[in-house]
Design a protein around this ligand. Structure first.
Ligand code: VAH
Length: 326
């Protein structure tokens, strides 16, 4: 039975993955590690929650040995917009942190999950049906760390036999923990704004189409990949996975089906618009579907219904329309 360490456990993916894996494998077999111990009471109350800096390799090694870890979901990372504003810090966390994890995995035999992203592609990449193997010349520091991360994980697999596996995630939408500084964050903020204010001011153009995925599908994909037969994996780092492709005006139209008075305004942020335009519109994820049975469950209507239902409870918002807790 797996004994798992999750780095970046207090982040958007990590917080939900920790709870899901504790339910699946048992609370004492899933150790959460974040750099902000105080920010998640539920993680602290449902199992071990450590606090260390991912740039401290010794701290990772100590945690792996103390808890007899055999699998590391390495989620600690700065996201695209924050990374563009802090490139040196982003390189240190996203690359030096990953190298620390891979070195510990090489020494201890741990398997490693690495989250790559559509951010690993750039404007020269075919933007429609983006192939599994294609040109990757991202223009953001975040994207550079994701391509370098994919190559580093493949290197540790080929050179040292470390069982590394990864996914190129699209924008992820969730209701539990807000994302921390990504270019696709509008697709989360919009649901909160629809319920709290009845309107949202979007920082991307109305027609900026991007790959997206609801968090339950992202968690299922990560676990399915890590449980897959390694002999059947034609790729390691990293598989394209997607669930839907939409633009801000698509998600606004879907929200209006449930909140008819919802109003969308646009105030484009040049930085985040330029990042989004450098990414593909939709990926070809046929390799993940054939190699390990990837199938998303949520499309835009299903995600919108669930997001609004979950957030109405979280925000104590009225059933009809928006304008819940201010
Ligand atoms: C970001 N949410 O916006 C992340 C993700 C595909 C985007 O990598 O940086």
């Amino acid at each position: 039975m797996q004994r798992i360490l999750i780095t970046g456990a207090t982040g958007q993916i990590g917080s939900e993955l920790t709870l899901a894996l504790r339910e699946k494998y048992g609370t004492d077999r899933v150790v959460a590690a974040g750099h902000r111990r105080e920010t998640d009471r539920e993680l602290a109350e449902t199992g071990p929650l450590l606090s260390f800096d991912i740039r401290d390799g010794a701290a990772i090694r100590d945690a792996v040995r103390e808890y007899r870890i055999d699998t590391i979901y390495h989620l600690a990372s700065l996201l695209s917009t924050v990374a563009e504003k802090n490139p040196q810090l982003a390189w240190a966390i996203n690359i030096d942190g990953l190298r620390n994890v891979l070195e510990v995995a090489k020494e201890t035999g741990c398997r490693v999950f690495f989250p790559s992203s559509i951010g690993a592609f750039g404007p020269e990449t075919p933007s429609v049906n983006t192939p599994q193997i294609t040109i990757q010349r991202p223009k953001t520091l975040y994207g550079i760390t994701k391509v370098a991360g994919e190559l580093l994980c493949d290197y540790y697999h080929r050179r040292y036999g470390v069982d590394t596996r990864g996914l190129r995630f699209p924008g992820l939408i969730s209701h539990r923990t807000p994302p921390g500084g990504g270019t696709t964050d509008y697709a989360v903020e919009i649901y909160y704004a629809a319920l709290q204010h009845g309107s949202y001011e979007c920082f991307l153009h109305a027609n900026t189409r991007l790959d997206m995925m609801y968090m339950p599908d992202a968690l299922d994909a990560a676990v399915a990949l890590m449980e897959a037969d390694g002999a059947k994996l034609r790729h390691r780092n990293a598989y394209n996975v997607t669930a839907m492709s939409f633009a801000p005006d698509d998600i606004a139209a879907e929200i209006r089906k449930m909140i008819p008075a919802f109003h969308m305004r646009y105030a484009v942020d040049p930085l985040r618009q330029s990042i989004a335009e450098s990414w593909p519109r939709n990926m070809d994820d046929s390799a993940a579907r054939s190699d390990w049975g990837w199938r998303p469950r949520y499309d835009l209507p299903a995600m919108t219904r669930d997001m609004l239902e979950q957030l109405r409870v979280k925000l104590n918002a009225p059933q009809e329309g928006g304008h819940g807790a201010e």
